[in-house]
Write a protein that binds this ligand. Sequence first.
Ligand code: EPZ
Length: 427
Amino acid sequence: MDIIRVQGGHALTGGVHVSGAKNSALKLMAATLLAPGVTTLTNVPNISDVHVMGKVLKGLGCTIEVVDEHTLAIDTSGANSWEAPYELVAKMRASTAVMGPLLGRFGRAKIAMPGGCNLGARKIDMHILGLEALGVSFDTSHGYIFADAHEGMSGTMVTLEFASVGATENLIMAAVRAKGTTVIDNAAREPEIVDLANMLNEMGAKIQGAGTPVVEIEGVDELHPVEHRVIGDRIEAGTFIVAGALAADGDGIEVTGFNPHHLGMVLKKMELMGIRLERGVDGVRVWRADRIAPVDIQTLPFPGFPTDMQAQVMVLSAMADGSSVITENIFENRFMFASELVRMGADIRIESHHAIVHGVKSLSGAQVVSPDLRGGAALVVAGLIAEGETDVSAIHHIDRGYERFCDKLVGLGASVERVQVPDLAED
Ligand code: EPZ
């Protein structure tokens, strides 16, 4: 099996340019279904989740030209199916993002019910409630969700119980083709949603308020294909900024290719921890912190502290001069990473959705398992400062959302490599 082997103690130097945002690119790809023709997406991250979304679109009758490693020309003119197959939805929950576009394009969608994942149930009840308000009827059987709006959709007022990213996106992508105006209240405000709304407006949609809690969508009869650049990945950037705060040499490291405003709360919390940061237009310079102050963290919808940075910031807290409480409010089961970090010597106690982290002087290299995409990356980052060697397995999770993660770390001076090791557990 493939693992990532990290030798601790190598200082980071120089700079790294992050890829396009996974959590934007996947939805932009789905949204191309709304505009028959060839939409070209640039700055697309070359990661396995993008490859899976490509398979979903091809399964729906689209064709995709890989113009270069980061540019996809997606032709949806031949789209002739509204079924997202089970094996692909089971592989990647984000495939449910095709539901809104399929309803907008065909008035129908057949989506395999998304299974749970390591983070929790990952339901889509808010997606369904919102779409029903637009006039979509649902039926579920044999593990599939059938959505029907063949008589069209009508704009309405929808208030989300929780500012769900996925529900907001699916509702926007359906509402752009509804008759009349839809208002989504308590909408999610993530930068990836603003990126999606920007592309849809470039396609001819009429969306106002994306990035605020109230989004207004005036339905239109048709959308046209465009060229659109994916925003930089703020979570990938945050992961490297944490690495720099822990292991940069005297000059610090530069992390570019993203908008620092998309990481406002993360950068603010890191500065409260005593980490020196310099914000630029296209990135941040970060220096290694001699001392990290303990700071409590609550994960919340944007602009609150992002749950996708919870594991990474926990590594900082694990090295702080004192105790911190990290509270996970978004997912019901996102502390599995903590138990792996404890194997490296961290002092963490979990109480319900709180992690009480007592700082330690050092971590020791160990064999650890990636629990999910962000936890896996955070384990590699912890290995950068741990004494000795850290072997991180289940790295397919990391490949889902981090393009050339090892290469980028090696480019910063880390001693990190992918190696093949026998899987002793394999029978
Ligand atoms: C998106 O997931 C991201 N994924 C996640 O990133 C991110 O952690 C999450 O937003 C929160 O920011 C993609 O964009 C592909 P939600 P999503 O709908 O849309 C519950 C990563 O590491 N919920 O805001 O699924 C849900 O179970 C991934 O890149 C319902 O109960 O997030 C979860 O507990 C991990 N019913 C919480 O809300 C619903 O109908 C947040 O879900 C919808 C959601």
